[in-house]
Ligand binder design. Structure first.
Ligand SMILES: Cc1ncc(COP(=O)(O)O)c(C=O)c1O
Length: 341
């Protein structure tokens, strides 16, 4: 298969339409059989549920070319489970797990020419999503839905090395207590837009959100979970009902314990403890781990010993091991890598 003529190593993290997207519609209580479409546009009724009451959920995962030339995805079953949980919370029908995985396979196969080659630093990003599509004027769930997966090649999150970032403690909340912070709904991201634009204006790369009830515990950022390393080399990550259960974070905890022999723990983390940690990173599909060098808490700075030049040693090992697994250089745990072709 001939790859598209793209300078893969120079693309950024943006949207570039590819040849095919997967589309399935839910009507009269059931999903249709689904199809691949060449049309990137969606025509919707002016009163569609998604437009009026933001009934939309989504996912994000990547297809990689491995060292030996296969195209693979990483733990798509967990994305299927998470979008099912997101849909259930917003009173949307669940797109079945086996159909989700089949749709991922179909859309990646159809766009194989768009999967960046091994070593280019780029990958094919997949964005599965679902939204209420029929007209709804009273506040209630839609009756009809569309599930789609679009794909777009994306460049490495870091150009020229993983430079540590500076974040600030946010005065805005991302999620409400007992709200929707633990699902991947578009409405959570709408909530975070003002906070991120404001953070950028003030010269910060991201927001650290604290727990919405007491503002004493670390939650996450607008698009990633936190991972910390204590001074005695233990990996710790916040446990909370109002953060997104990151697939990367869950994978890193396993890698820390089973591949690197480290102690790793998911627990409540008070903001007061953060100044005593040795390393800090943000984890998610896009970047795997972005190191954090500095946290600004209303003018008071927490500077991690790992500094502003490079990742700390433990985070670097976690990064190398997880990307090694994804790219086929290191043997994966059973079921983590789905070979597409
Ligand atoms: C709010 C939020 N937290 C965490 C993550 C990381 O999740 P994952 O590792 O599953 O990509 C994401 C990205 O999807 C996110 O949007």
């Amino acid at each position: 298969m001939e790859k598209k003529n793209i300078d893969w190593s120079s693309i950024g993290f943006g949207y570039m339409p590819t040849d095919y997207r997967y589309v399935s519609n839910f009507k009269d209580g059931k999903w249709d059989e689904g199809t691949l479409s060449t049309d990137p546009n969606i025509v919707l009724n002016e009163c569609a549920g998604v437009l009026q009451y933001s009934q939309s959920v989504f996912e994000g995962l990547k297809a990689y070319t491995t060292e030996d030339g296969h195209i693979v995805t990483f733990r798509p079953d967990l994305n299927a489970e998470r979008i099912a949980a997101s849909a259930a919370r917003l009173e949307m029908p669940v797109f079945p797990k086996e159909r989700f995985i089949d749709a991922v396979n179909q859309v990646v196969k159809a766009n194989a020419a768009w999967v960046p080659p091994y070593g280019s630093g780029a990958t094919l990003y997949l964005r599965p999503y679902m939204f209420g599509s029929n007209a709804v004027i009273g506040v209630k769930p839609a009756d009809e839905y569309q599930f789609r997966i679009l794909t777009t090649p994306v460049g490495p999150y870091f150009k020229g090395g993983a430079k540590p970032i500076t974040i600030r403690v946010s005065d805005f909340d991302r999620a409400a207590p007992c709200g929707t912070g633990n699902i991947k709904a578009g409405l959570n991201y709408a909530m975070s837009l003002h906070a991120i634009v404001d953070a950028h204006k003030q010269g910060f790369d991201e927001n650290m959100y604290l727990d919405p009830k007491t503002r004493t515990k670390v939650e996450e950022t607008g698009g990633a979970n936190f991972i910390f390393v204590t001074k005695d080399g233990k990996v710790v990550t916040p446990k909370s009902d109002s953060i997104l259960p990151s697939i990367t974070r869950r994978s890193l905890i396993y890698v820390a314990k089973e591949y690197l022999g480290l102690e790793a723990e998911e627990r409540e983390i008070y903001f007061d403890e953060v100044k005593d940690f040795a390393e800090c990173g943000l984890c998610g599909t896009a970047a795997v781990i972005s190191p954090v060098g500095k946290i600004n808490d209303h003018g008071k700075e927490i500077c991690f010993p790992s500094g502003m030049e490079k990742m700390g040693p433990v985070i670097q090992k976690l990064y190398d091991t997880l990307t090694g697994i994804q790219m086929g250089r290191i043997e994966a745990p059973e079921g983590w890598i789905h070979v597409i072709e």
